[in-house]
Ligand binder design. Sequence first.
Ligand code: KMH
Ligand code: ZN
Length: 271
Amino acid sequence: MEKLIITAALTGAEVTREQQPNLSLTPQEIADEAYECYKAGVSIVHVHARDKNGNPSQDFEIYKEISKKIKEKCDVIFQPSTGGAVWHSFEERMQPLKLNPEMATLSAGTCNFGDDIFVNSKEYIEKFALEMKNRGIKPEIEVFERGMIQNAINLNKNGLIESPMHFDFVMGVPGAIPGNIDDLVYMVNKIPEDATWTVAGIGRFELSLAVHAILMGGHVRVGFEDNIYYKKGEKALSNVQLVERIVRISKEIGREIATPDEARKILNIKG
Ligand code: KMH
Ligand code: ZN
């Protein structure tokens, strides 16, 4: 089986320090956490910026600082968010693409998101996809519902996303697809044969979906954006702790961990 690509979703837009005291917020903290995760076996870091007050921000300069600080330390793949927070404007969400990162997220449809709505109209999705194509950025297609796979397939047919596509099934967001194993199998069966996929299980779904993904030949995303607990009732000490558990399990099962360069090859990132 192909080596396992582990993504660390370090900070997210929703989690607070009150909920998770070890959350990285400043560019330095995020870069330090990225480096520790890289040393533990992560090949991609999914990054959301925060402003000086710790609030979610899509500010270009903050993303630039984070990217620079990470690159000074290691060659982990930097994957900024274009999802931002539910209240960010389309223009704000576009900002990190100006850095020409190797990868970025591309949410492929609208869904309920807890008490909110995460809006991704056809017009937005096409504009994000075109911008990424023009800049040579590999999209990670964020899928919160089944229909979003179809949206991505249509973009692929129209030439806005190149093959092979890479999907991230974000499962267990309240209001969107749950994180049961049969849901994952269903989603995996709907993507094109040459596509790659990873899974980001939210909250209690993180570990079970990750273990199944390792066995099914998919890839894994863990981190505080998705889950702040190590196990029921016990908060994780760091993103690294969550990563290390995945590394241990994967190696025990006999699946080795991809380096960033190996991940680039698996994902067909031209660089
Ligand atoms: N924070 C969510 C509303 C992404 O990073 O591309 C959207 C999100 C997706 O996290
Ligand atoms: Zn995100």
